[in-house]
Design a protein around this ligand. Structure first.
Ligand code: 9WN
Length: 443
């Protein structure tokens, strides 16, 4: 891509002051607040989403800390008995027609493992402990921290034990939605082996394509597979025992597992505050880091790749989740160097734009379709955290400027065109607003 073509366009919004940017972000978070939680966007996502809540809490910690604590309390109130935190907690006041697949499809009310609320039965990356460390630093609330600490630790146990499907000590995701990177090329090889039943989609009505541009969203074939995989997990009672023999999608995602490892580091810090033993958290964190490097790092590409647990094969695709392990503080220096080199190369290129979700040089790089090219602020924020954790201040500063420039010009969009920097998707997206606040404070 010709970098010089994007720069003039990006300058167009340079006049927006930091103060105005902050106020705009606060307005998005206020408008998206609903009783006891924040919705990701009023148009497309009218419920309470799992990893969104973590990123949103980072921003709320600056803007309205009581709401940050309340948002996570409400999410974790829907934690299942086994420790899983559902990827969506449905708002009972929102019509079934407003989001598909909704509560009727997931049928969680019939599941003995569910404690409260109408939810899905799948999870998302456990970013919440990272957020709680920041909330504690800015607005400590001991009662809330103690309540959350137990539940955060329970979430970790669920993921590290019950989801250790491959047996090496990494968590498997059982659905692309669990990664948060729904239609990333990371899953193409695994999904390609699952038959598509487009007839099944006739039974259902996709709501996303009515609200959003269908050129941006996953295709119908992708969606048919998503529904089939979710139905298979649901029909097995959302149980994890024996998945290897009966479930078609089992993947070790480097982004998901890096967040899982980073969460153990955060829990070690929080354990010290609540008087628990931090050592087991640090040991688990070190184990996840080691295993990730041993199992999912490919020295030939210099980055991490997802693995199909059923075949043992690594995905050849170079996707942004392969850079996310940078957030692990105990990553070996040569791996850090290699990830920073990959993130700075023409494939991803930090600055003048942030990092796209997929290798720019790949033949199937797609500027518009969700996680197959566009820029997302949440994963870039994770990379920013990682760069700073490893003392890569110069790259961190460039990335921070690139993110702020994008939002200053395009608004608090859900994602951004990786060529022009234009904002696309929902225009008032909560995590973009929340993380903008964090970037503005620079801490
Ligand atoms: C399915 C809410 C969620 C994010 C995901 C993003 C998108 C949902 C969808 O929106 O996924 O969970 O309907 O496409 O990919 O990361 O959590 O913002």
């Amino acid at each position: 891509m010709n970098r010089t073509t994007v720069a003039p366009a990006l300058e167009a919004g340079a006049a927006t002051s930091d103060d105005a940017l902050w106020q705009g972000a606060a307005a998005v978070l206020d408008a998206n607040w609903e009783r006891d939680h924040t919705v990701p966007s009023r148009t497309l996502y009218p419920h309470h989403w799992n990893w969104d809540a973590g990123f949103i809490a980072v921003g709320l910690a600056h803007h309205d800390p009581a709401r940050a604590w309340a948002d996570l309390r409400s999410l974790f109130s829907a934690q299942w008995i086994d420790g899983r935190v559902p990827h969506i907690v449905f708002d009972p006041d929102v019509s079934e027609r407003d989001y598909f697949p909704g509560p009727a499809f997931w049928d969680s009310a019939a599941m003995p493992g569910r404690l409260a609320g109408l939810t899905t039965g799948i999870v998302q990356p456990p970013v919440h402990a990272l957020a709680v460390v920041q909330m504690w630093r800015r607005a400590p609330d001991e009662v809330e921290l103690r309540w959350l600490y137990e539940r955060l630790a329970h979430q970790q146990r669920y993921l590290l034990e019950r989801r250790n499907v491959g047996g090496v000590g990494l968590a498997s995701i059982v659905h692309p939605w669990e990664s948060g990177l729904d239609n990333s090329p990371s899953w193409d090889a695994v999904l390609g082996a699952i038959p598509v039943d487009l007839d099944m989609m006739r039974k259902y009505r996709r709501q996303d394509n009515r609200v959003a541009n269908s050129d941006h969203r996953p295709t119908d074939a992708d969606y048919a597979r998503y529904i089939a995989i979710a139905a298979n997990y649901r029909d097995g009672g959302y149980l994890d025992a024996g998945l290897i023999d009966r479930h078609p999608f089992l993947v070790e995602c480097p982004g998901f597992n890096a967040i899982l490892g980073a969460a153990e580091h955060s829990l070690a810090d929080l354990a010290e505050v609540v008087g628990a033993d931090p050592a087991p958290h640090r040991e688990r964190a070190a184990r996840v880091t080691r295993t990730l490097v041993d199992e999912l790092f490919d020295p030939a590409t210099g980055m991490f790749h997802s693995r199909d647990v059923r075949t043992g094969g690594l995905s050849p695709a170079r996707c942004v989740n392969g850079l996310v392990p940078l957030i692990l503080p105990d990553l070996p220096t040569e791996v850090v160097d290699s990830l920073v080199a990959a993130a700075s190369s023409e494939r991803f290129g930090i600055g003048p734009l942030p990092v796209p979700s997929y290798d720019r040089t790949a033949g199937d790089f797609d500027r518009l379709r969700y996680w197959r090219g566009p820029i997302w602020i949440n994963v870039n924020w994770l990379l920013w955290q990682g760069l700073r954790a490893h003392g890569r201040e110069r790259e961190a500063a460039v990335l921070r400027d690139a993110m702020l420039t994008l939002v200053r010009r395009g608004g608090y969009h859900e994602y951004f065109d990786p060529v022009t920097g234009d904002g696309i998707g929902s225009a008032a997206f909560s995590w973009t607003a929340a993380l903008t606040m964090d970037l503005l404070t620079g801490s």
